[in-house]
Write a protein of this length. Structure first.
Lengths: 297, 314
């Protein structure tokens, strides 16, 4: 990855000699292209290699060529046949969906309060919410375990929805507050003229206007819940209740000696491709959401 | 409700007396559901963890425990006397130091690449988001496969290039395992760092560069004396976020090397004690230590950032 530092120095080296624009241009460009290509290669290669391995079987797995000699779909059918992987996918989807809906709903209401109203304790509460996002997951693990057992949710998806909220709520609130603040205040005045209540204002006026921010925030929350591992590993026991990350981490062979790498790569590809597609399609919004959360912090 | 009251509820001009108070009351009602949920899933479990750390609670008899004070921390078999705990602390600090510094340097490089106006930009941004979006468990598995000692492509290529004479056991060798983990973390988290630094870069006003260009300042000097001081607060925020994140690392280490002592982080240690050994009190003590460490660091960082921001603003 040393090419990245070169790129920074390459454009810098030539203008020092005050060369005319025509000469320094190509040299900087070459450095830029080389660094960019190296960067794209390093970022994407592991996924490509996983994709390639997922089509290999038996001895084919042991030859590290990128193009499989005898492509096979056996790993893909095997993943679904040997364990409840379809159920695991559905579990992940259900958990992530519920977490996104709950986080967005709760945060949007709170975002009006924090973004629009000056009240005593507002700054302190916002600070507390921000610090909740720094909370190590294991620091709430034993307390959460009690809570889950108290509600009788152990080994069920409800436990994961509750637990994941502690990961998503802090940043969904934080990001939505920054966006709600940017809405023109005339909106509220117009809504007041029509005599609508706060809830109507938030869900009928703000939400449609904020949909780009909602999409970005929702995607971030979805990814966080979809990828969550520690709670899912701890609060589920049966293979049917597992989410996808846990299922992948625990894939093993009957003998238990060597891991079934072909199957693992197939499962990894199935889980990753939808995410990568989402991210590539919504890249602008995601970048906006990520930086909105951080710049204010 | 009279129309006048409704109108004032939303009005942005300063309000007097009852009307302002009513608006504030509404704000509390709107914030209450979120605050209650966050208190229930964050605050309460945290307090319970700290309380349980002062007891001899065990997983097999959760409701039957006794208060034992600081025994879990400073007792004869307490945390502070445990070599495994200190090993986990050392592993975590080494992992955090190495990965965050590498991610900052590389992230800065990538952010500068992405800040160049070019046709490549969309491709670069898409490539940037790929490692970020891949679940940690999946990237741990993908890299474990690539780093496999017998069949992995990394050993294969290094052998082919003659850089190593015998295959390396990337994840099994205690000397190497932590560095392999750092490598995967750098691959996965550099994009996040780069995005935050890029956001800071894009806020640098263009006239700063214009002025420097007109004066004929070399580009490296411009970077060092104009760009870097301006984006330093942004970099600092990113470093703090990543550091706090790296200190609680769990998924990557657990999937790549399981509970191995040589690479165990504090979070992995906590979960092993709590769940695998069923020592809820003792594990909670370790969890509380990690929490207090992170909390202390956040407070210090916030103070530090306030100073930097004030200097940047002045």
């Amino acid at each position: 990855m040393s090419g990245l530092t070169e790129a920074r120095e390459a454009p810098a080296a030539s203008p020092r000699r005050q060369a005319p624009g025509r000469r320094r241009f190509p040299r900087g460009r070459i450095g830029y292209w080389a660094a960019s290509l190296l960067f794209v290669f390093v970022s994407v290669f592991p996924l490509l290699y996983a994709l390639s391995s997922s089509f290999k079987q038996g001895a084919g797995l042991f030859s590290p060529t990128l193009w499989p000699a005898a492509p096979t779909l056996a790993n893909y059918s095997g993943v679904f046949a040997e364990q409840p992987f379809a159920q695991n996918l559905l579990n992940s989807l259900l958990v992530a969906g519920c977490v996104v809906a709950l986080s967005l709903g709760l945060s949007l209401m709170a975002a009006w309060a924090f973004g629009r109203v000056q009240f005593r304790g507002r700054g302190l509460l916002l600070m507390l919410i921000l610090s909740a996002s720094m909370l190590p997951q294991v620091a709430v693990l034993s307390g959460m375990f009690e809570l889950v057992r108290f509600f009788g949710l152990y080994d069920s998806l409800g436990a994961l929805v509750i637990a994941d909220l502690v990961l998503t709520l802090p940043f969904t609130v934080w990001v939505l507050v920054t966006f709600v603040r940017q809405l023109p205040k005339e909106l509220e005045e117009a809504a007041a003229m029509d005599g609508v209540g706060v809830l109507t204002l938030v869900f009928r006026v703000f939400m449609p206007l904020l949909w780009p921010a909602m999409v970005a925030t929702g995607l971030l929350a979805f990814i966080a819940a979809w990828n969550e591992f520690l709670f899912a590993l701890t609060f589920t026991l049966s293979t049917e209740a597992r989410t996808v990350p846990v299922a992948i981490a625990l894939i093993s062979t009957a003998s238990g000696f060597e891991l079934p790498w072909g199957r693992i790569m197939a499962a990894s590809v199935i889980v990753t491709l939808p995410l990568v597609a989402l991210v590539v399609v919504f890249q602008r919004r995601i970048v906006a959401g990520l930086s909105a959360g951080a710049v204010k912090g | 409700m009279p129309e006048k009251v409704i109108r004032s509820t939303f009005s942005a001009v300063p309000l007097r007396g009852g009307l302002a108070a009513q608006r504030v009351r509404r704000a509390w009602w709107m914030a209450a559901p979120m605050l209650l949920v966050l208190a229930a899933v964050g605050g309460w479990p945290l307090l319970r963890t700290i309380w349980l750390s002062l007891t001899d609670s065990e997983l097999s008899r959760l409701d039957d425990y006794a208060f034992i004070g600081l025994e879990n921390y400073i007792g004869e078999y307490g945390l502070l006397a445990s070599a495994d705990w200190w090993q986990a602390v050392a592993n975590t600090l080494l992992f955090t130091g190495l990965s965050v510094s590498l991610e900052t340097l590389l992230g800065l490089g990538v952010a500068l690449l992405l800040n160049q106006p070019s046709r490549l930009r969309t491709l670069l941004r898409a490539a940037l988001l790929v490692p970020w979006a891949i679940p940690t468990v999946v990237s741990a598995k993908m890299w474990s496969w690539m780093l496999h000692d017998q069949f992995g492509i990394v050993n294969h290529q290094l052998l082919a290039l003659g850089l190593i004479a015998t295959p390396l056991a990337w994840t099994a060798d205690p000397q190497l395992a932590l560095f392999s983990i750092v490598l995967v973390d750098v691959w996965k988290a550099t994009p996040y760092m780069a995005l935050l630094i890029l956001a800071a870069l894009q806020m640098v006003p263009v006239d700063c560069y214009e002025a420097a260009r007109v004066d004929g300042v070399p580009r490296w000097q411009v970077f060092r004396r104009v760009t870097l001081p301006l984006i330093l607060p942004g970099i600092l925020v990113a470093v703090v976020f990543r550091t706090l994140d790296a200190l609680r690392v769990f998924d990557l280490i657990y999937v790549m090397t399981s509970n191995s002592r040589d690479t165990q982080s504090m979070s992995v240690f906590v979960r092993e004690q709590l769940i695998d050994f069923g020592l809820v009190g003792y594990g909670s003590a370790a969890a509380s230590c990690l929490f207090f460490m992170v909390a202390l660091l956040s407070i210090v960082a916030m103070g530090l950032m306030r100073k930097t921001f004030e200097r940047a603003a002045a």
